[in-house]
Design a protein around this ligand. Structure first.
Ligand code: ADP
Ligand code: ASP
Ligand code: MG
Length: 417
């Protein structure tokens, strides 16, 4: 008898029919004698609808009230699933973040889980009740409702699995696993049978939103095996697990892309010690994550400094550097909000030279100009004009991922859309 945490995403609970299907799946597990904690997202589109409502009543919705509002989406799906389970004759109870007590910090909209009280859930499971937990939400020390950032139900699922010592965390979604590229833009992408925590961390942070990055961080830290699979079928998906020797033989395991990028260039700045600290200190203090940075060589003591930020933070970052143009000695600012980041990820890059050169050749062959480059041990990322995103992803996929016809099929949910 296992303890299993199952997380169902928005599409998987997107209608009453889907919720009934999920209830049937949970009931089948329950019949096998497993103890089940289910984490649910809001029904597909609901979080966006709620955020839109907030914008209709307030020009700049406050973060605290926005969290109170969007957290309600998960409350609805958790209660509906508990009702559907009861309708099948199971014992089920829904729990909100504060009822479990998923304690977070107070960073509304992007809160981090600090601790989880497992006692109430364990007591619930002990008498054969299925616990249905609202994903994406927690509570801070002042009892304010917080949310964990978009896609945060994944993190609720994995964090609960870690806290409860679950045997596995199953992430049920609308694709049947982690693919070598986003199946929406690489039709011949292959499903990975296994992927290491480190590769998945890179893929998630580089735009593969099939798992929220913090979920992967939890999984890695607490060694939670994560099984990403489809709620529309029964076939096995992708296991996200600790790396082993054979995984290192794969040069590139995936191609990722991220359109959520904007670029700011400070033109002709005096190249003095402390310049970078002066520019990036206040931006970091405002909670904006700067991704790539390039400083051009300066022969005459004058330099150009270019960096990228998430598009949602672009205006804020821009107004910060604009506000200090005088102090920085900037002679102009250029911006570009139509850029995207395209990356290749693979453990094999650690031991193989020449991967970057090959990547640049492939992009050059397609006439795609590389604006910025960054590398780590197991990934190479480039910033390109957004209009080339799909071309770049497909060209890199063709160049680096060997095709295996037997496995190359599109996920079922995509086909049925
Ligand atoms: P859920 O609502 O179930 O949390 P998401 O929309 O957050 O689902 O994540 C699933 C989506 O992630 C897929 O529909 C797919 O378009 C996208 N995706 C991006 N990159 C990948 C990848 N490498 N493998 C699988 N899916 C990916
Ligand atoms: N409902 C939230 C969102 O849309 C959380 C999640 O789906 O994981 O981002
Ligand atoms: Mg998601």
């Amino acid at each position: 008898m296992a303890l299993i945490v199952q997380k169902y995403g928005g599409t998987s609970v997107g209608s009453v029919e889907r919720i009934r299907e999920v209830a049937k799946r949970v009931a089948a597990y329950q019949r096998q004698g497993h103890r089940i904690v289910v984490v649910v997202s809001a029904m597909a589109g609901e979080t966006n609808r709620l955020l839109d409502l907030a914008r209709q009543v307030a020009r700049r919705p406050s973060e605290r009230e926005s969290d109170a509002l969007v957290a309600s989406g998960e409350q609805v799906s958790a209660a509906l699933l508990a009702l559907a389970l009861q309708d099948l004759g199971l014992k089920a109870a829904s729990f909100l973040g504060h009822q479990v007590r998923i304690a977070t910090d107070s960073a509304f909209g992007r809160a981090r889980i600090q601790s989880i009280d497992k006692h109430r859930l364990l007591a619930t499971l002990a008498d054969g009740t299925v616990a249905v937990v609202a994903g994406f939400q927690g509570v801070d020390r002042d009892n304010n409702i917080t949310t964990l950032g978009r896609g945060g139900s994944d993190t609720t699922g994995v964090a609960l699995a870690a806290a409860l010592g679950a045997d596995v965390c199953e992430i049920f979604t609308d694709v049947d696993g982690v693919y070598t590229g986003d199946p929406r833009i690489v039709p011949h992408a292959r499903k990975l049978g296994r992927v290491s925590y480190d590769e998945m961390l890179e893929l998630a942070s580089l735009g593969a939103k099939v798992l929220q990055i913090r979920a992967v961080e939890f999984a890695k830290r607490y060694r939670v095996p994560v099984h990403v699979r489809s709620s529309f079928g029964d076939e096995p998906g992708t296991m996200v697990i600790e790396e082993d020797k054979p995984m290192e033989n794969v040069l590139v395991s995936g191609v990722a892309h991220d359109r959520d990028q904007a670029k700011i260039t400070l033109l002709r700045v005096p190249d003095r010690p402390g310049l970078a600290a002066k520019v990036f200190g206040p931006i970091a203090a405002a909670g904006i994550v700067v991704d790539m940075i390039i400083q051009n060589a300066s022969a005459d003591g004058i330099t150009d400094l270019t960096f990228t930020v998430p598009r949602g933070d672009f205006q804020k970052a821009l107004s910060m550097v604009r506000g200090d143009e005088g102090g920085l000695g900037v002679q102009g600012i250029a911006t570009d909000t139509k850029v995207a980041k395209v990356s290749i990820v693979g453990l094999g890059m650690r031991s193989h030279a020449g991967v970057a050169a090959r990547m640049f050749e492939v992009l050059a062959g397609e006439g795609i100009n590389i604006q910025m480059i960054s590398t780590s041990e197991i990934k190479i990322s480039v910033v390109v004009d957004e209009k080339y995103t799909e071309l770049a992803v497909r060209a890199l996929h063709d160049a680096f991922i060997p095709s295996r016809p037997a496995e190359s099929r599109r996920p079922s949910a995509q086909e049925s859309r």
